[in-house]
Ligand binder design. Structure first.
Ligand SMILES: Nc1ncnc2c1ncn2[C@@H]1O[C@H](COP(=O)(O)OP(=O)(O)OP(=O)(O)O)[C@@H](O)[C@H]1O
Length: 777
C-alpha cells in the first residue's frame, strides 16, 4: 500500500448501504440479478480484506467465475507476453470485486423511452428566420446558405448580429456550447469591414479595402487549436470577400513567419494572448491604430490559464494607441466602422473570472444571451458558475465506479459503444493529466497492429507527426467495428503534432477516439462527436459544461458519461445543472453490456478467454491481463533473476549475493508516472468542490489498480502529502449552494478580487432584472 505517509487509505467505515441500493431501469432480470448479488456480497463480505496475500474473493455478480484462477488463452501464433496463470507470476493480485465501497445513491427508475428533449442550440426553424433580416448583406447571406449550408441563424446569432452591426457598445455574449457564438461575433465584424468597399446603393466602390488597408479586429482565444479553428471559420466566410485577409499568431509557431505575414498585411488577427503581447512589444509593423474590435473568446479560460497580465497589457496598449479616423489610404473609417474601440467577451459559462475580465476590458457592456429565460435562470442561480447548463438534447449519465474497476469499466463502455456499426463514430475521453493520457493511449492501442493485422499490407510511410499519437485500438473493437482508431492530444506535444493529430481525428473515416486533457475542452468543434466520456471529472463544474459541450452541437444529438467514485464524489451530481434528466447507473450494467462478448487482445484474431464466459470473469481476466502486461518486459519475458514479487525495478538488484540486471518495462514506468500525476491533479479540484473530490478519501491502492499497478507507487509529492485532514463538509450540500466565500487566494483559478466581483455581480443582477444590460465600469 501507499508508503508515503499519507492518511489516504481509510475505509468509509460502516457506511455499507448495499441493502439500500435499489436497482431500477434496464431489464427486470438484470435488476434482480444485481440486487441478489449485492445482497449475497454484503452478507458474505467482511470489509477488511485489502490484504493482498489472501486469495481473491468471489466476484460480486451471481454468475461470476469461481475461485479457480483465471486463464487467458491466446491463439498460438501471437507472441505471448505473460503466462496464463496468475499465481505463476509470483505476484498476487487482489480481487476486482472485493472491498469496494458501496454507492450511496439510491437508484431511481428512469423512464425507458424518455421523449428526446428539443435541441436548445439549433438554428431557428421559423420560415421568417434568415440572415438577411439581421442586417447582413445579401452576398453574405447567400454565401452562408450555399457554401456553409447555414440558412437560418441560431438564437444567439439572432440577438447578437443586429446589435453589433448597428451599435458600438461593448458586449458580453453568453450562450450554450455549440450555439454558434463564433459566427455571432464574426459576421457583424466582416459585414462592417466589407461595407467600407460598398457604395450606399450596394455597388462595389472603385477602391476596395484590401489586406494593406489596416488591421481592424483582433480575436484572442486561449488555445492554439481554438485560434486555428476560428481562423478556418473566418476564412470560409471571407471566401466571398477574397480581398480581405485574416491570419493567426499563436505560440509554438515560427515568430519570423508570423512577422512576415503581418508585414504583408492583415485585416483580422487571431491570436493567443502571450504571443500577441510578444508581437505588440517586438513587431514594429503591427499597428493597432485602426483596430476597432477586440474579441475575447473563452475569456474565463484565458483568465484561468493565467493570461490576466497579458490581457491587461493588450487592452492597455490598444486603448492607448490613438484611434485613427481614416486609414493610411485615406479611407474614412468612422460612420461605417464603430466610432470607438469595441470589446466583445464570449463564453458559455460565467465565472468570477469572466466578471473580473469584464472589469478589465468592458465599458458599459450589453449582456447578450440566447433567450430571456436564460437570463432569468442566471439571475435565479445568482450568476454562479453552474448557472448555464448543457444543451437540453445532450443526454448525460453518471456511472458510479469503484476505483479498482475503472479501467475495465472504461473498456466495457467503449466496447458496447462500438458494438453496432455506424451508431457512434467519434468519442472524446477526458483524462486529468498528460501523463495519464499517454499511459491510457499506450495501454489501449494495439501494439501489434502493424505487423499482426495485415502482414502483407504494403508498408506506407507513417506520418512523422502522428506516428506516436494515432494508433489502431485493441480491446474495444467488435465484429461490427474491427478497426477503431485512438488519438491522443495534450499540451506537452509539439504544435505540429497537436495540429496533425486533431486533423487526423477530425477526418478519420473509421470510428475514432480522442484521449485528451482539458486542452480540448474549450471551443473545439469537431463534427460527429457523438459521445464524451469524462473518465476523470473536470476540475471545476463549469469545465464539465464545456467538456460535454463538444457533443450535441448546433442542434445535433449527443451523449456524455461521467465516471464518479462511490462515496463523496456522488454528491457532485448535485452541482451539475442539467435541463434534462441525468441518468445514474452502477458499473455492473456497463460491464455486463460491454463484456457480454469476448474482448479482442492486441494482435490478429486473439481474444481474451476465461473458463467461465461471464462478464465478471472477463472483467477479472482483463484486469489480470493488464497487470501482467505491466509486469513483463516488452519482449514478453519476466527476468528469471528478478526477485519474487518485484518484477521490474529498473535498476541493478541484489538477489542471493549476485547482481542481476532487471529490465524495466516502459509501460510500468508510464503507469507509475500516470498514477502519480493523476493523484497530484486530483488535489487541484477547485476548493469549493473539494468536499466531493476529497483526496483524503482516495484509496490509493485501489486507484493504482486502475493503472494496472498492484501497489501504489510512493513519491507522489506535489504537496499532496500535506493534505491529510478529514473533510469538514459532507456530500450533503444541496444543489446550487456552492459558495465562493471559502475560496482561497491561492486557488488554481487565480486570485479573485472578491470585493470587486461582488460589487459587479450586485450591479449586474439589479440591472439585468430590468433591462438585460449591465455597466461594468
Ligand atoms: N446558423 C447556423 N446554422 C447551422 N449551423 C451553425 C450555425 N451557426 C453555427 N453553426 C455550427 O454550429 C457549430 C458550433 O458553433 P460554434 O463553434 O461557434 O459554437 P460555440 O457557441 O462557440 O460553442 P463553444 O461554446 O463550445 O465554443 C459549428 O459547427 C458551426 O458550424
Amino acid at each position: 500500500m501507499a508508503d508515503d505517509g499519507m492518511l489516504l487509505n481509510f475505509e468509509l467505515g460502516d457506511t455499507t448501504v448495499a441493502s439500500q441500493v435499489k436497482f431500477k431501469g434496464g431489464r427486470w432480470r438484470d435488476r434482480v440479478k444485481a440486487q441478489k448479488s449485492v445482497k449475497k456480497w454484503s452478507t458474505t463480505e467482511n470489509d477488511d480484506d485489502d490484504d493482498a496475500s489472501r486469495p481473491a474473493k468471489r466476484p460480486m455478480a451471481e454468475d461470476a467465475a469461481s475461485d479457480r484462477p483465471l486463464k487467458i488463452q491466446r491463439t498460438p501464433n501471437v507472441s505471448d507476453r505473460a503466462p496464463s496463470h496468475a499465481m505463476k507470476t509470483g505476484q498476487i493480485s487482489s480481487g476486482l470485486f472485493t472491498s469496494n465501497p458501496d454507492a450511496l445513491t439510491t437508484f431511481e427508475e428512469q423512464p425507458e423511452e424518455a421523449e428526446p428533449a428539443q435541441p436548445t442550440n439549433a438554428p431557428l426553424s421559423g420560415e421568417a428566420e434568415n440572415f438577411l433580416k439581421l442586417g447582413l448583406s445579401r452576398r453574405i447571406a447567400e454565401h452562408l446558405a450555399s457554401k456553409l449550408e447555414m440558412k437560418a441563424p441560431t438564437a444567439i446569432q439572432k440577438n447578437t448580429i443586429p446589435q453589433l452591426i448597428k451599435e458600438d457598445n461593448d458586449a458580453f455574449l453568453q450562450a450554450e456550447t455549440g450555439s454558434g457564438k463564433t459566427l455571432a461575433y464574426l459576421l457583424p465584424i466582416v459585414q462592417r469591414i466589407m461595407s467600407l468597399s460598398l457604395n450606399e446603393d450596394g455597388t462595389t466602390k472603385d477602391t476596395k479595402v484590401h489586406r494593406n488597408s489596416g488591421l481592424f479586429a483582433i480575436i484572442l482565444a486561449p488555445t492554439r487549436e481554438l485560434c486555428k479553428q476560428i481562423a478556418v471559420v473566418l476564412e470560409k466566410v471571407l471566401r466571398c470577400f477574397p480581398w480581405l485577409v485574416c491570419t493567426t499568431v499563436i505560440g509554438g509557431e515560427s515568430k519570423k513567419s508570423e512577422k512576415a505575414r503581418i508585414r504583408k498585411g492583415v485585416n483580422i488577427l487571431i491570436a493567443t494572448p502571450g504571443r500577441l503581447t510578444d508581437h505588440l512589444d517586438n513587431t514594429k509593423v503591427l499597428d493597432v491604430g485602426t483596430v476597432r474590435w477586440l474579441v475575447l473568446d473563452e475569456g474565463d479560460r484565458m483568465m484561468e490559464m493565467g493570461f490576466e497580465e497579458d490581457i491587461r497589457t493588450i487592452v492597455g496598449k490598444i486603448r492607448a494607441d490613438k484611434l485613427l479616423k481614416q486609414n493610411a489610404e485615406g479611407v474614412v473609417l468612422d460612420g461605417i466602422l464603430p466610432a470607438r474601440r469595441v470589446t466583445v467577451l464570449c463564453s458559455a459559462t460565467m465565472k468570477m473570472d469572466v466578471q473580473k475580465l469584464g472589469e478589465i476590458s468592458l465599458e458599459h457592456a450589453i449582456h447578450i444571451t440566447a433567450s430571456k429565460s436564460e437570463m432569468e435562470n442566471d439571475a435565479a442561480t445568482g450568476g454562479t458558475e453552474a448557472g448555464f447548463a448543457a444543451p437540453a438534447q445532450l443526454k448525460q449519465s453518471c456511472i458510479i465506479v469503484p476505483a479498482k474497476l475503472r479501467l475495465v469499466t472504461l473498456i466495457a463502455l467503449l466496447k458496447s459503444t462500438f458494438a453496432r456499426k455506424g451508431s457512434i463514430m467519434k468519442v472524446i475521453i477526458f483524462i486529468s493529466c498528460a501523463d495519464s493520457v499517454d499511459f491510457h493511449f499506450e495501454v489501449l492501442r494495439n501494439t501489434l497492429a502493424r505487423k499482426a493485422i495485415d502482414p502483407d499490407a504494403p508498408v506506407t510511410k507513417p506520418d512523422p507527426h502522428t506516428q506516436t499519437t494515432v494508433a489502431a485500438a485493441s480491446y474495444v473493437t467488435s465484429p461490427a467495428n474491427p478497426t477503431v482508431m485512438f488519438h491522443k492530444l495534450h499540451g506537452s506535444l509539439t504544435q505540429p503534432v497537436r495540429t496533425a493529430t486533431l486533423n487526423a481525428f477530425t477526418v478519420c473515416q473509421e470510428p475514432a477516439v480522442l484521449i485528451t486533457t482539458d486542452i480540448s475542452s474549450r471551443g473545439l468543434d469537431v463534427a460527429a462527436v457523438d459521445f464524451v466520456i469524462e473518465y476523470d471529472p473536470a476540475f471545476a463544474v463549469s469545465d464539465h459544461v464545456h467538456r460535454i459541450g463538444r457533443t450535441a452541437r448546433a442542434g445535433r444529438s449527443g451523449k456524455a458519461a461521467l465516471f464518479l467514485l462511490p462515496g463523496s464524489e456522488e454528491g457532485y451530481t448535485s452541482l451539475i445543472n442539467s435541463s434534462s434528466q441525468i441518468t445514474l447507473q452502477l458499473y455492473e450494467s456497463t460491464l455486463q453490456k460491454g463484456l457480454s462478448s469476448p474482448v479482442d487482445l492486441p494482435g490478429a484474431g486473439s481474444t481474451l478467454e476465461t473458463e467461465k464466459q461471464s462478464w465478471a470473469a472477463r472483467a477479472e481476466a482483463l484486469q489480470l491481463h493488464f497487470e501482467q502486461r505491466l509486469l513483463f518486459t516488452s519482449g514478453g519475458e519476466k527476468s528469471e533473476d528478478a526477485p519474487k514479487g518485484k518484477a521490474a525495478k529498473g535498476k541493478n538488484s541484489h538477489g542471493g549475493g549476485r547482481a542481476v540486471k532487471v529490465v524495466e518495462n516502459p509501460l510500468l514506468i508510464s503507469g507509475r508516472q500516470a498514477f502519480r500525476s493523476h493523484i497530484r491533479a486530483y488535489a487541484t479540484h477547485v476548493r469549493e468542490e473539494r468536499c466531493y473530490f476529497d483526496i483524503t478519501q482516495l484509496h490509493l491502492g485501489h486507484m493504482a489498480k486502475s493503472f494496472g499497478l498492484r501497489e501504489a507507487p510512493g513519491n507522489i509529492g506535489g504537496g499532496v502529502s500535506r493534505r491529510t485532514h478529514r473533510p469538514t463538509v459532507k456530500n450533503t450540500r444541496p444543489a446550487g449552494t456552492s459558495s465562493h466565500r471559502d475560496r482561497d487566494d491561492d486557488d488554481k483559478l487565480g486570485l479573485v478580487d472578491e470585493d470587486a466581483a461582488r460589487r459587479m455581480r450586485a450591479k449586474m443582477m439589479s440591472v439585468m432584472n430590468a433591462s438585460s444590460e449591465f455597466n461594468i465600469g
